[in-house]
Design a protein around this ligand. Sequence first.
Ligand code: SOE
Length: 390
Amino acid sequence: MHNDAPALKVAMIGHGFMGAAHSQGWRVAPRFYDLPARPEMALLVGRSSPGVDAAAATWGWKETATDWRAAVDRDDIDVIDIVTPGGSHAEIAIAALEAGKHVLCEKPLANTLDEAVAMAEAADRAGKGVFAMVGFTYRRVPAAAFARDLVRSGTIGEIRQVRASYLQDWLVDSDAPLTWRLQKDLAGSGALGDLGAHAVDLAQFITGQKVTGVSGLLNTFVHERPLLGEASGLAGTATQERGLVTVDDVALFSGRFDGGAVGSFEATRMSTGRKNALRLEVAGSSGAVSFDLEKMNSLGFYDATAPDTRQGFTDIMVTEPAHPYLSAWWPAGHSLGYEHGFVHQAKDFVEAIMEQRQPEPSFADGLQVQRVLDSVERSAGADSIWTKTI
Ligand code: SOE
């Protein structure tokens, strides 16, 4: 870190699973990267006192509050980091931008298209030098960023097919409790927004093409679940009472990209045996790349221009100092994990703010992903997409 680096005071709203991940990002980024500003974990906001105080003590936040408005109203806060369920993103982000704060907001940008439009407009309206970014963290996994470099530099030729899936299985058990991620008013949608949003963003990031049209199918296998007792990670304890699941647990869709590619997308919490498999394969006219978050330190690469006898997918270990983000970490060959994406996110955000450039992905990028999600929902709701075979 520059010796004379100014402080950038952060207030984080929310302290669940993503709160832990973002805290790790803020804490570690200035210790490994030479940042132009020093993020200070100034204020943690949660709904109730014992909970937020305990989280602040564990993760190293200086002060706590129980109303997010306290953070937005404070003159000394520079950044508002939103890690609450999607239903409150719009209200908090818009107020923060109007108060002149930089905003980092978890994905998906909002629960509805209207909210996402309002958020992108607020980011546009914000004063010069006030920036907003959405937290599609997987762009910052070195192997995904390296895939982007290979594809965008033309190494695999003309991009033709994208195969994107995000597979989890934490809802296979019908008695897994009804957490906020399964309630439409809090989460907006289910696997579609929670996981499909990542798949869409990563596909667009790696290819540099935008999804312009979709055909979708949404399904809910388990319609009723036990109400949540105590939350823990994605699940928690179950009570005797049951409640309605109001979102999808599987989303499938196909899409067209503006650069001519076609894609298939799958987002599911019902993929038995798959824990956190965000996979993306891009097939081009002279090669292909294949990313799998469950093997996040490597990237599959196929060179169709190699002699026939030597063609085959190669596993490139993306652990060398010349690979994206790696030079600040361990000696060559030493791998990274899930939380490093959040460290890279904090680093990129701080650098962009201090260099007065728009951090990516912007709220406009988040809105574009939201348009895709909304189109999938509309398509899945319309019987007309089905060509009946019987
Ligand atoms: C749960 O499905 C979840 O934690 C998502 O909410 C995150 O966005 C994803 O990164 C991992 O899975």
